[in-house]
Design a protein around this ligand. Structure first.
Ligand code: CTP
Length: 399
């Protein structure tokens, strides 16, 4: 699955360094070529020989920097990487990178690479909550660096709280999601995103909290992987990803018409939009005045269910829907998958703090036609998008 991928695994000095040995094992087992870079203090926790034996490559440490600089050099490490993962990442390392300090092999490699970088911080809970640390993390996130949230539990320092390095298998999933081959070339994917707005009068509308982030992330992931993408979007504050054809719409009716016009040539249709189920039965031409009324009863009528209509007319394309639920997640999602004749449905419980509308992350489950349910860890929406595209490719290949 990671065949031919070059990963730089950075290890910094923390008690959790032993877990990165297992992460290395998982990465190499999946076919990745891993080059380990250890900070000086990391070598106090785990010996470089362990990483060397498991990776089959020389381990880079600052101790042998002069020799290695002439042999390999940090620039070729940085240039050749498809991904850099730092696990565990100390507050010190993150602070250095956030402030442009490159004073050892690992920080230099991180700053010189154009590959995605994933940090897995592990530290004392008070350090993790320190506003200086938080600001450093935030700054790096704004520059496109990726972070794995630490797990909560008993910490090596004796404190209880957030700061533990998560399980290696979880770190592996997050790393794998950031590696994307150009495996969607030739696919034409229609994606809907965002809310719809149903006008009451020229100044008011009925809508929902959808930010459009999930659909835009899928569009971005798909276009990066070589697909031709039409993104049909309700009103959002997001810039469309480069290379995507954007069709901007307002109402569910407009979205319906735009989708029907685009699907003819599609090979995959993904409906991530939060379509308003109802619209005002009548749209007033002028602003509705209060006129002394104490209450206002708004009559709503049903919008077309775009996804159900697609399911009913199903062509060769693969049809993917979303289910935003507050109760009975799996049962409700399964019902939608069957009723709307879908190949796959992405279910998310929108009551979770880190899932659903208007947040950067999502916690989803994939439900397939054959009854299979796959539960994913908390990921950024871009990572969820790549995982979804991986499953779509799997379905297309008959898997
Ligand atoms: N959907 C659609 N058109 C609608 C309503 C929903 O295409 N009028 C699509 C959404 O884009 C999503 C899926 O149907 O992919 C499920 O949407 P959701 O809001 O979770 O559920 P509903 O089908 O609207 O059902 P309910 O409101 O009863 O949960």
């Amino acid at each position: 699955m990671l065949n031919g991928k070059r990963i730089v695994l950075g290890v910094t000095g923390g008690i959790a360094a032993y877990k990165s040995v297992e992460l290395l094992r998982l990465l190499t087992k999946a076919g990745a070529e891993v080059h380990v870079v250890m900070t000086r203090s990391a070598t106090e926790f785990v010996g470089p020989l362990t990483f060397q034996a498991l990776s089959g490559n020389p381990v880079h440490t600052d101790l042998f920097n002069l020799y290695q600089e002439s042999e390999i050099g940090h620039i070729s490490l940085a240039d050749g990487a498809d991904l850099v993962v730092v696990a565990p990442a100390t507050a010190n390392l993150i602070g250095k990178v956030a402030n442009g300090i490159a004073d050892d092999l690992l920080t230099t490699t991180i700053m010189a690479t154009k590959a995605p970088v994933l940090f897995a911080p592990a530290m004392n809970v008070n350090m993790f909550e320190n506003p200086i640390y938080r600001a450093n993390e935030h700054r790096l996130e704004e520059h496109g660096y990726h972070f794995v949230e630490p797990a909560t539990g008993e910490l090596a320092c004796g404190w209880e709280g957030k700061g533990k390095l998560p399980d290696p298998s979880y770190l592996f999933d997050r790393a794998a999601a950031l590696l994307h081959p150009a495996d969607l070339q030739g696919e034409r994917i229609v994606i809907t995103a965002g809310p719809t707005r149903e006008e009451i009068d020229p100044v008011r509308y009925v809508s929902n909290y959808s930010s459009g982030r999930m659909g835009y992330a899928i569009a971005e992931a798909a276009v990066r992987r070589g697909a031709e993408v039409v993104l049909i979007s309700g009103p959002t504050a997001l810039a469309p990803p480069t290379g995507v054809k954007l069709v901007a719409v307002q109402s569910a009716k407009q979205m319906h018409d735009a989708v029907m016009a685009a699907v003819d040539k599609a090979s995959v249709v993904i409906k991530a939009a939060a379509v308003a189920d109802y619209r005002p039965a009548e749209r007033a031409e002028s602003k509705v005045k209060k006129g002394g009324r104490e209450a206002w009863q708004l009559e709503l009528e049903k919008n077309p269910d775009i996804l159900a209509a697609l399911g009913a007319m199903k062509k060769e394309w693969l049809l993917v829907g979303f289910a935003a639920e507050t109760d009975d997640l799996i049962a409700n999602a399964r019902k939608k998958l069957e009723q709307k004749n879908l190949d796959l449905i992405v279910a998310n419980d929108v009551t979770c703090a880190d899932a659903g509308f208007d947040v950067e992350t999502n916690i989803v489950r994939f439900l397939f036609r054959d009854g299979k349910v796959e539960e994913l860890p908390k990921m950024t929406k871009l990572e969820v998008a790549h995982s979804l595209l991986d499953r779509i490719i799997g379905l297309k290949q008959g898997g």
